[in-house]
Ligand binder design. Structure first.
Ligand code: CA
Ligand code: CA
Length: 191
């Protein structure tokens, strides 16, 4: 199954290069989604990184967001109208900012996910794009009192209902939620 998907991915990437050579735009078939696309199959996102679990969490979050937005019917049948293939190409976790004593002030957890949304009947890409999400955190303080706007929404610490719990775990979830929301917006923008 995975091998078949990989072959398919490779085939798509190859045909994509040809498109790029002849100068066609490869991202987004702006305008309307093909009438033949009613459902989507979302296999487990591949993980090229050593960061375990984010693959399952990303896959279920993206699936959940598509279901909530009621964009496309989710199917577990690979003979679907369309397929979303994802590969986590990087996951980094490290010092992001330093204070005046050169001590780490903020850490940043960052994930990059390459997404292909494929029209299976016509064997073409509806979306081919890399999405990035990140969350900032402190290893010394709780997210609700670390002075960091962890989810980058302009609301800080105790004023933000989203800033609580384990700081690194929160940063990972923020990154995953951001990517899932951007993927859904990207699908919607092809309408
Ligand atoms: Ca915030
Ligand atoms: Ca905070």
């Amino acid at each position: 199954m995975i091998m078949a998907l990989k072959r398919k991915l490779k085939k798509i990437v190859n045909s994509l290069s040809i498109f790029m050579l002849v100068g066609c735009s490869y991202y987004s078939m702006a305008g309307s989604i093909p009438a033949n696309i009613n459902n989507v199959y979302i296999p487990l996102i591949e993980n090229d990184t050593a960061e375990f679990e984010i693959s399952e969490n990303l896959t279920s979050k993206i699936t959940q967001e598509i279901a909530i937005q009621n964009i496309l019917k989710i199917t577990d049948d690979s003979n679907s109208d369309s397929t979303i293939l994802g590969v986590i190409t990087s996951a980094t976790d490290g010092p992001f900012t330093f204070d005046s004593n050169e001590q780490v002030d903020e850490y940043r957890f960052s994930i990059s996910l390459k997404i292909l949304w494929v029209d299976n009947e016509n064997e073409k890409n509806l979306i081919e794009k890399t999405f990035t999400g990140f969350g900032n955190y402190s290893i010394n303080n709780d997210p609700s009192s670390d002075g960091i706007d962890n989810d980058n929404d302009g609301i800080l610490d105790e004023n933000d209902d989203d800033e609580f719990g384990d700081s690194r775990e929160l940063a990972i979830n923020i990154a995953i939620n951001k990517i899932a929301s951007d993927v859904v917006n990207s699908i919607l923008s092809t309408w």
